[in-house]
Design a protein around this ligand. Structure first.
Ligand SMILES: [Zn+2]
Length: 433
């Protein structure tokens, strides 16, 4: 009797999954149609396109006359709109808001930052940014946010996250606003070669996809100078080598001229900000194929509204020093042929405004197509995700957006994304009301 019931149990365990497999529905098929589709690789425009999506990935892209949509599959027809791949911002801080600037930041807990991140993840996705790289978050709040988005608990873009940014004691990536008796230092502080290697390993242990470090001083910190190098070349080389050894890319916050050169020569994958770049820095970045991720929009916001958001006078003074200089440096670097990836430092200004930077990139030297490439194929390359995002090609995630008008003649249409799809799921649709 006992043996028989055991046998029955065994059969149930064996048979039930098989039966479930047999009845599992086939992967969902959807078609998206519009008037135009832009290929960011070439800038070519396909008229009357159909994108066929199976199981959240792109199956086929081509003229509607040539793409056969299986009977019964839903067709999303976006009429006169233009389709593009979902946009990518390679430098955001989803767990931060501008109203948490300066001393106000000290009262915000890590759990609260996580919830702020959930709000901003949704805003960013609805603005058309279906992938973002989060470079710097305390307490691994960005790892938690990434995991919650991947689990389907909260809506948001695909996230590549760094956890706490590495930095020297008292540097830009430390927290310098508290008096000594608080004995506080930020999560990412590590001094010396052994300590930076350990910190890289620790960040990866707790879920970091990328390593972010502060090579120079910064604007939104107390008592340091954006132009000064902070990590030594030897410390940078050690932490970048360790990141690469463990299969992660490294991003350097670097405003200062020497920090840009030294981080680049140490093999960093991207220079963030790059404000005080000179000819030697441009030459080094070209030689190494290093990406420049320059947040050239937010100066207007910080100087215009920073005071009311709580940025200290020291921070505003530093922004006045580097803001416009950064835009000129961006123009020189872009004209010299340095690789550009789109990154805005959203969090310093309100999330969801990411696309406002496109117009500034065009004003400071890029063509509209180059600006679009920076937020699609280039950013995907920097992230190491060219196999999954950045263009509308078979096998990639069905992450796509639609706009009214032509972004190749007017990039500001990207500030008003009307339709967003992530992984084949419609996130926003203002075209078919
Ligand atoms: Zn930043």
């Amino acid at each position: 009797m006992r043996t028989a019931s055991r046998l029955l149990l065994f059969l149930c365990v064996l048979v039930v999954p098989l039966a479930a497999q047999e009845t599992a529905p086939p992967p969902r098929t959807t078609a998206v149609k519009a008037a135009h589709l832009i290929d960011p690789q070439t800038g070519s425009v396909l008229d009357h396109p159909t994108v066929l999506i199976v199981g959240g990935r792109i199956e086929k892209v081509g003229p509607s006359a040539e793409i056969k949509v299986p009977p019964g599959a839903p067709v999303i027809d976006l009429g006169p709109a233009t389709l593009l791949p979902g946009l990518i911002d390679a430098h955001v801080h989803l767990t931060g808001d501008p109203q948490h600037a300066g001393y106000r930041a000290l009262g915000i807990s890590v759990p609260r930052e996580g919830l702020t991140g959930a709000k901003n993840a949704r805003r960013t996705l609805e603005a058309g940014f279906t992938t973002v790289r989060n470079v710097g978050a305390g307490g691994f709040a960005d790892v938690a946010l990434r995991d919650a988005i991947n689990a389907g608990d909260v809506p948001g873009p695909r996230l590549l996250v760094s956890g706490p940014a590495l930095g020297i004691t008292g540097g830009h990536c430390d927290e310098n606003l508290l008096a000594p008796e608080f004995h506080y230092h930020a999560d990412g502080v590590a001094d010396g070669i052994t300590a930076v290697i350990t910190k890289v390993r620790e960040n990866i242990k707790y879920g970091a996809d990328v390593i972010k470090f502060c090579a120079s001083g910064g604007v939104f910190s107390k008592g340091d100078l954006p132009g000064s190098e902070q990590y030594s070349p030897a410390e940078m080389a050690a932490l970048i080598t360790e990141a690469h050894r463990l299969g992660r890319k490294a991003a350097a916050h670097a405003h200062g001229t020497q920090a840009i050169i030294d981080a680049t020569n140490a093999g960093v994958d991207s220079i963030e900000h790059g404000s005080l770049i000179d000819d030697a820095g441009i030459a080094a970045m070209k030689q190494h194929g290093t990406y420049l991720v320059a947040d050239i929009y937010n100066d207007d916001f910080i100087l215009g509204q920073g005071k009311q958001y709580g940025f200290t006078e020291e921070m505003l003074a530093k922004e006045r020093m580097v803001g416009q200089r950064q835009r000129e440096g961006f123009r020189q670097a872009a004209q010299a042929g340095v690789k550009i990836a789109f990154g805005t430092d959203a969090g310093v200004y309100p999330h969801g405004w990411n696309a406002r930077q496109f117009a500034f990139m065009v004003k400071y030297g890029l063509t509209p197509l180059e600006a679009l490439q920076s937020a699609t194929i280039n950013a995907a390359d920097l992230l190491g995700w060219s196999d999954r995002v950045g263009s509308l090609e078979p096998g990639k995630f069905a992450d796509l957006i639609a706009v009214e008008g032509n972004p190749l003649t007017d990039v500001t249409v990207l500030e008003h994304v009307k339709f967003v799809m992530k992984g084949g799921e419609v996130i926003k649709d203002e075209l078919r009301k």
